[in-house]
Ligand binder design. Structure first.
Ligand code: HEC
Length: 207
C-alpha cells in the first residue's frame, strides 16, 4: 500500500472504531434488541459505503483506476474487519463476486441478492433497498441484515462492460483475481450487498 493510501486508511479506521462500543445481547429479549440491531446495521452500512466510496473516488481522481484497485483490495476488507466487532460480522457479497472468499454469498444471501435483482428489474429504487430478519441456522439464531449496493458510473471502469475497462486494469484484475466474475455490469444494477449478521443465541445441541 502506498503512503498516501495508508494515511487515508488510518484516518478511516480511527473514525470506524467509534462504532465499536455496542451492547451485548441478553438472551430472551427480542424485539427491542432487534430494532436496535437494525438501527446499528443501517448505520454501519451507511458509514462503510460512504467511507469506501469517498476513498475510492479520491483515489480514482488522484491516480486513476489502476491505482484505485488497492482501495478495493486492501481498504474494503480492512474496513469490513474493523466493523466486525462485538459479535457483529460485516461483509460485502455478490452473486458475481470478485473476492473468491469474502465475496461469496451463503444460501440466504443468494436469495436476498436475487430478490434485490428482481426488484431492480421491476423498477424499484435501489437507494434504501434492504432486508432484515432473525434466522435459526445450524450454529445458532442470527440477526441478519442486507443492503443493496448500486452500480454507479465510477464503478464501471472495474466492473463494467469490456469496453469500459482499460487494458491495464484488465491485466491487473486478471493477475489478482483469476476467477473474477464481477464484470459486465451497467449503471443502476445491483453490484452486490453489504451483509451484516450478529449471533443472538447459540442453539442447544439436539440429536
Ligand atoms: C479501481 C477498480 C474498482 C472500482 C472503480 C470499483 N471496484 Fe469494486 N472491487 C474491485 C476489487 C479489486 C474488488 C475485490 C476486493 C477484494 O479483494 O475484497 C472489488 C469488490 C467489490 C465488491 C465485493 C463483492 C465482490 O465482488 O467480491 C463490491 C460489492 C464492489 N466491489 C462494489 C463496487 C462499487 C459499488 C463500485 C463503485 C462505487 C466499485 N466497486 C468500484 C475493484 C473496483
Amino acid at each position: 500500500m502506498n503512503r498516501n493510501l495508508s494515511g487515508i486508511l488510518s484516518k478511516l479506521l480511527a473514525s470506524a472504531s467509534l462504532l465499536a462500543a455496542s451492547t451485548v445481547f441478553a438472551a430472551g429479549n427480542t424485539s427491542a434488541e432487534q430494532s436496535q440491531y437494525l438501527e446499528e446495521s443501517r448505520k454501519v452500512a451507511q458509514e462503510f459505503m460512504q467511507t469506501l466510496g469517498g476513498t475510492l473516488k479520491k483515489q480514482l481522481a488522484l491516480g486513476g483506476a489502476e491505482s484505485a484497485i488497492g482501495v478495493c483490495k486492501e481498504i474494503a476488507p480492512a474496513l469490513a474487519n474493523e466493523y466486525s466487532k462485538n459479535g457483529r460480522v460485516v461483509k460485502r457479497v455478490s452473486l458475481k463476486n470478485r473476492n473468491p472468499v469474502q465475496g461469496v454469498p451463503d444460501a440466504w444471501e443468494q436469495n436476498v441478492l436475487a430478490g434485490f435483482d428482481l426488484a431492480q428489474q421491476q423498477g424499484k429504487p435501489l437507494s434504501g433497498m434492504e432486508v432484515s430478519t432473525v434466522r435459526d441456522e445450524a450454529d445458532g439464531r442470527w440477526f441478519r441484515y442486507m443492503k443493496a449496493i448500486p452500480t454507479q458510473a465510477m464503478c464501471l471502469q472495474c466492473h463494467g462492460q469490456p469496453s469500459d475497462i482499460s487494458e491495464g486494469v484488465r491485466a491487473l484484475l486478471l493477475k489478482e483475481y483469476p476467477q473474477d466474475k464481477a464484470v459486465g455490469y451497467s449503471e443502476g444494477q445491483v453490484r452486490g450487498a453489504i451483509s451484516i449478521k450478529r449471533l443472538l443465541e447459540v442453539m442447544p445441541v439436539t440429536d
